[in-house]
Ligand binder design. Structure first.
Ligand SMILES: [Zn+2]
Length: 548
């Protein structure tokens, strides 16, 4: 019997870039291929994706990438993987619809092998079988994945909550999850992100009550911002607007695209005559309008952020407007979001971001829902995913409370395989794993050194020194030139640094001066050390030596 390995390339010990491999002999399947967003230290970085070295090295063995749902932290890195290897991609028709746009933008001309699945399909992937099972979340057509191996089923919950009144009335297939549990789940890889929240999370449908309250009070226009993929949230806004006799317009490219596709494909049901184009809103009074907008994360180019600055040509904020902030700030975006909110308030817009009647609910399971998933699947082993170490730790404590002994509970680290043999399980040898940074221009692979330099420059500035050397004679030609940008030390620091540099250079022998790289190093060392000692600042010191 082959061993079975589960290897997370991301999504464990962190929130984001979910990507996990199940390997049995020569067959591998990949569950999700997500990105994460940069932290505040990653200057100029747009997105972070998993290091795909391990997948590229094993590309012959990969039978498919299986996507649980269309959120960026589960699908956003797919174009970068498909630019390196050709593998079939399995997902629901809805998920494929959303990712198709992005693939066309990022990989123009590439014919990706996209294969739609239905819930309940048994998809053969070499000797493995993958079965997607419907489960509720904050996006339509969301799946758990049951991967059948020789040792039993590895059950990935993906992102989930147990919502008994989902907006699209498509309930979790609890019966099927229970049947899979009875068949024999070897390991449960569960979402753990909301494990700190006790009880049972509120249904997405609760949000309509929050919207009704705002609609019953607002005198002017009502704006709503949420994630462009949150189709059910938009559906509820449109329904409530129709109830109150308001027309709905939409601003923001991604949101317009998603609304268009989803209403054409029937994933969103538009009440009759409720949608209007943005240029038609002038035909209506303010209290007859609601406007959906992108920008819930304070993205600089989004419609909402530009409106907050008064720079959006198609729509201006005015006194009397009400904005419903119907989203959760992704960690790292808080600063940009609050700056946007503050600018909107200054323009006379009322901003509702917290309310006793919810205007946003989480798409992830709370404690009791997580316990219910354990109870339904009755796994032999437990290893939480989609969480930081604090979430994984707390999840495992809960598993212990439910009677799981220590040796059946695992805390996964990215790149470290969890190896299942016939009668036991344990950690294997780490594989190549890490993060790859992509900058705002789409360049992949921004190195740690580049980040370090950016950090030094942004904090303490840059000092440039230009020297000319006559290599034949072993002499310096003329005086060094020292310039700085963004550096500010106590008065006279640069003059003194220049003096010390000059003194040092004069002491070099002819032989030493002929060695240009030595001159370069000596220059940066002397200046860097002096500045650090005198000011505790660490500007980037950049010597440039011209050979004459
Ligand atoms: Zn999700």
């Amino acid at each position: 019997m082959a061993t079975v390995e589960v290897i997370a390339l991301g999504g464990v010990g962190e929130i984001g870039k979910n990507c996990t491999v199940v390997k049995q002999g020569d067959d591998m399947v990949v569950i999700d291929c997500g990105l994460s967003f940069p932290n505040e230290e990653m200057l100029g970085v747009d997105i972070v994706i998993p290091d795909f070295t391990y997948l590229v090295e094993n590309k012959e063995k990969i039978r498919g990438v299986f996507l649980t749902h269309a959120h960026e932290d589960h699908v956003g890195a797919l174009p970068y993987l498909l630019s390196q290897i050709d593998v079939p991609v399995y997902a629901s028709e809805f998920t494929l619809l959303l990712i198709k746009q992005k693939l066309e933008e990022k990989l123009p001309g590439k014919e990706a092998d996209l294969r739609p699945f239905n819930f309940g399909d048994q998809i053969q992937a070499g000797a493995l079988t993958v079965e997607p099972v419907r489960v509720t979340h904050s996006i339509p057509e969301n799946a758990c994945m049951a991967v059948r191996t020789e040792h039993g089923i590895i059950f990935f919950t993906g992102d989930f909550k147990f919502d008994f009144t989902p907006v699209d009335n498509k309930l979790t297939n609890i019966t099927r999850i229970g049947e899979i549990g009875r068949e024999g789940v070897l390991a449960l890889m569960s979402d753990s992100t909301n494990v700190e929240r006790p009880g049972w999370g509120p249904s997405e449908a609760r949000v309509s009550e929050g919207f009704r309250k705002v609609f019953s009070e607002a005198q002017g226009r009502i704006l709503l911002t949420t994630f462009a993929s949150n189709i059910h949230r938009m559906q509820q806004l449109v329904d409530v607007a129709a109830e109150f006799g308001r027309k709905v317009a939409c601003v923001g490219r991604r949101m317009e695209q998603n609304l268009d596709i989803c209403s054409r494909m029937g994933y969103i049901k538009m009440p009759k005559d409720v949608m209007v184009r943005l240029d038609e809103i002038r035909d209506y009074r303010d209290d007859q309008l609601a406007i959906l907008t992108t920008g819930s994360q304070g993205e600089p180019m989004s419609a909402l952020v530009q409106m907050s600055k008064g720079e959006y040509g198609r729509l201006q904020i005015k006194t009397g407007d009400t904005l419903i902030y119907s989203a959760r700030p992704i960690p790292g975006n808080e600063g940009a979001i609050w700056r946007t909110v503050n600018r909107l308030i200054r323009q006379g817009c009322r901003v509702i971001y917290e309310s006793p009647t919810p205007i946003h609910v989480s798409g992830h399971a709370y404690q009791e829902e997580l316990k219910m998933m354990i109870n339904l699947t009755r796994p032999f082993y437990i290893a939480p995913v989609h969480g930081e170490p604090r979430h994984q730790f707390l999840y495992n404590e809960i598993a212990k409370d439910m009677g799981y002994p220590e040796h059946r509970i695992f805390t996964l680290d990215a790149g470290v395989p969890l190896v299942f043999e016939e009668t036991n399980a344990g950690y294997g040898e780490p594989v190549a794993c890490g993060r790859v940074l992509v900058d705002n221009a789409g360049t992949v692979g921004i190195s740690d050194e580049v980040l370090r330099d950016r950090s030094h420059i942004s904090k303490d500035g840059i000092i440039m020194i230009t020297l000319a050397v006559d290599v034949e004679k072993g002499e310096l030609v003329g005086d060094p030139i020292m310039q700085s940008k963004g550096f500010q030390g106590p008065d006279g620091t640069l003059d003194k640094a220049y003096e010390i540099l000059w003194d040092n250079l004069k002491q070099l022998s002819r032989e030493e001066v002929r060695d240009v790289s030595r001159v370069r190093h000596a220059t940066s060392d002397v200046v860097r050390r002096f500045i650090q000692k005198r000011t505790s600042l660490r500007p980037l010191v950049l010597p440039s030596v011209i050979e004459i």
